[in-house]
Write a protein that binds this ligand. Structure first.
Ligand code: ZN
Length: 228
């Protein structure tokens, strides 16, 4: 009986190892699929980002005191920049690559190098640099009624550090993205702010920012009678 018991335990152990390994691989695969950019960024620290952060820390210390910038309020949360929307959220032909794709945010075109402000209270999750977004900031917002993330890209200058606490209207960066005149413009034809709302920290969770920035459209009028 003792031998049987041991044998069963060994057998269970023998089965649980490959099952565990397969589960682990599946989870890793799902994670990579869900967010290839942040997955890579997480494992291979971008030396450009590290150098930029170290230089910024050397200059500003561990905490940066942010100024309050201009707040333009149309809807629930204020606009991150004072300019018109030049490209909406949704399917589009990419202006640089010419490929059919999905625009994961809105583009706002304020004056060149104007202030970019946080649309809500929150905490900086990531300050980064990549070939698509150039300099970017991701902020997490925790409110009693909702948790969401705001993402600001093509920045010419960044004023925040990772984990920094942010308040609504804080100037977190300067607009940029000019492919000739700005550092780290990313994939951009001209200066603008690329702004996203995400429901979690991963890029795939983007959602239309318009309901966050503008009031909901009035309900459609019920048609009564009408002319023939
Ligand atoms: Zn964009």
């Amino acid at each position: 009986m003792v031998a049987d018991e041991d044998g069963r335990k060994n057998l269970m152990l023998l089965f649980s190892i490959p099952i565990g390994l397969v589960l682990l691989l599946l989870m890793m695969f799902a994670y990579i699929l869900a967010s290839p950019l942040s997955f890579l960024a997480g494992f291979f620290t971008n030396p450009q980002e590290m150098a930029a952060l170290q230089a910024f820390r050397a200059e500003h210390g561990d905490k940066v005191r942010l100024q309050t910038g201009m707040i333009v309020l149309n809807g629930k949360y204020p606009m991150p920049a004072n300019g018109v929307i030049t490209s909406p959220y949704g399917p589009r032909i990419h202006p640089v690559t010419g490929k059919r794709g999905f625009h994961s945010g809105i583009d706002i075109a304020p004056e060149w190098h104007s202030e970019i402000t946080s649309i809500a209270d929150g905490q900086v999750v990531k300050v980064g640099i990549d070939d698509i977004y150039g300099n970017y900031i991701l902020i997490r917002h925790d409110y009693p009624d909702e948790t969401f993330y705001s993402f600001y890209a093509h920045l010419s200058e960044v004023f925040t550090l990772p984990d920094q606490e942010i308040f609504t209207g804080d100037v977190i960066a300067l607009e940029g993205g000019d492919p000739v005149n700005d550092p780290n413009p990313g994939t951009s034809t001209g200066h603008h702010l690329h702004f996203e709302i995400r429901t979690n920290r991963f890029a795939w969770s983007h959602t239309d920012p318009i309901p966050y920035l503008y009031p909901p459209p009035p309900p459609a009028q019920a048609e009564e009678g009408g002319e023939a």
